[in-house]
Ligand binder design. Structure first.
Ligand SMILES: [Zn+2]
Length: 414
């Protein structure tokens, strides 16, 4: 038996007026997922514990069987692991987003947050800007004084590390949850260190605004990438070994550092796919191909994570979100199924959204999400479609940490 996990990040949503009361999942044409739901088990699951902010970090830990209440020490340390960074005792890691705030002469705090990703800035420009910033003499002096260094990533997401950083009481806000709001309402707060971090963010705005890349972006009608945004702080984390826990060899395919980091920390093979970007125009077919190849190469389990629906929701691109869901159906799941059927492999497949991302606000939501558990050798004939509503009529799992047990048949639905 082979096992496949497909995570469509932030696919689940609420009913929307502009879709005539339908959710994006209901509106999307997803014949493959609908067919798997009708022949498999369709239920709903809560992946985000009530006491933690909803997001992919906690949700995906749950999906991989790691209780976030026990294992979650912040998102940035998980992402740092993806970059091969091991944190020292006392290190505080942050996500350092390349964000866009209002591009005008207002005081820093009065500007509004426009985009958490500078409109999904390309990796090359993002890296060039952050490297320039941390080498700029004025910024470097301030960063050195605060013991903050940066480790650039391949998109708008970089990792910053503060040696001996004080995270006690520190409150950092995720920029994607506060779009359109004033910077001053969302700056680091809660302790002395917060002032240091806020000052670095303000300084970054002054320096980045004038960079030639941003002059060019303005001319091209793109958002200037004019502010770094620290959030997702955390200290070193350790996760249990996937293979020891489930007795299976696992691999993971994702564009985003968070998933790669969770995979790395659990000892799974992280498979890189060219052109996997985390946005709507990602290499869907490449991910499907890599998943099939991993299973043929001897892996028992492969996870494929697709970030696009979540990013489209944050960008308030409803049409893009629906398209991303359709692409997952026709360009990831369909080719994987076809290949497995051709190879006559028996398999079980779990398909789900990690958390909801709301098209109305662009923010994450921790309410239960629909899942499909399909077994190629057993047709349940339940005949339901993959929607939030229909999943509500199926089994409900209060805690996503048991999902792998169901996928691997250690637990069974009656
Ligand atoms: Zn998200």
């Amino acid at each position: 038996m082979k096992y496949i996990l497909i995570i469509g990040d932030g696919m689940a949503d609420m009913e929307l007026d502009e879709l005539g009361g339908m959710t994006p999942l209901e509106k999307a044409r997803i014949p493959v997922m609908d067919s798997l739901a009708s022949k498999g088990i369709l239920g709903s699951v809560k992946n985000c514990p009530e006491t933690l902010p909803p997001g992919s970090d906690t949700a995906i830990l749950s999906i991989f069987g790691c209780d976030p209440l026990k294992y979650y020490s912040g998102r940035a340390p998980l992402e740092a692991a993806a970059q091969g960074i091991s944190l020292n005792e006392g290190d505080l890691a942050f996500r350092c987003n390349m964000a866009s705030i209002e591009d005008n002469d207002k005081p820093f705090g009065d500007k509004k947050i426009i985009s958490h990703s500078s409109g999904s800035i390309d990796g090359r420009s993002s890296r060039e800007l952050v490297e320039y910033l941390f080498k700029n003499p004025i910024f470097k002096a301030a960063a050195d004084a605060a013991d903050v260094s940066v480790s650039p990533g391949d998109s708008f997401r970089h990792i910053a590390i503060q040696a001996k950083g004080d995270g006690k009481g520190l409150v950092l806000k995720p920029p994607h949850d506060h779009l359109g709001e004033k910077v001053s309402d969302n700056l680091p707060a809660g302790n002395e260190n917060a002032k240091t971090l806020a000052a670095l963010m303000e300084l970054s705005n002054k320096i980045l605004s004038k960079h030639p890349i941003n002059e060019m972006r303005r001319r091209e009608g793109k958002l200037p990438c004019n502010c770094i945004w620290f959030w997702a702080e955390g200290t070193a984390s350790e996760l249990p070994s996937f293979e020891m826990r489930y007795g299976l060899k696992g691999a993971i395919i994702s564009a985003v550092p968070l998933c790669k980091g969770i995979g790395t920390l659990m000892g799974m093979k992280v498979i890189e796919v060219d052109g996997a970007t985390g946005v709507l125009q990602t290499n869907y077919e490449g991910k499907a191909e890599a998943a099939v190849k991993a299973l043929l190469d001897g892996f028992d389990f492969v996870a494929v994570h697709i970030e696009a629906p979540d990013e489209c929701s944050h960008d308030r691109d409803l049409e893009g979100k629906i398209k991303a869901i359709e692409n997952i159906d026709s360009r990831v799941i369909a080719p994987v199924l076809k290949a497995l059927e051709e190879k006559q492999m028996d398999f079980r497949m779990l398909i789900l959204s990690d958390h909801r991302t709301l098209s109305t606000t662009g923010a994450h939501d921790g309410d239960p999400v629909p899942f499909i558990l399909y077994d190629s050798v057993h047709d349940t004939g339940q005949g339901r479609k993959y929607t939030e509503k229909e999943a509500g009529d199926g089994p409900f799992l209060q805690n996503g940490t048991v999902l792998m047990d169901y996928l691997f048949e250690k637990e069974h639905f009656n």
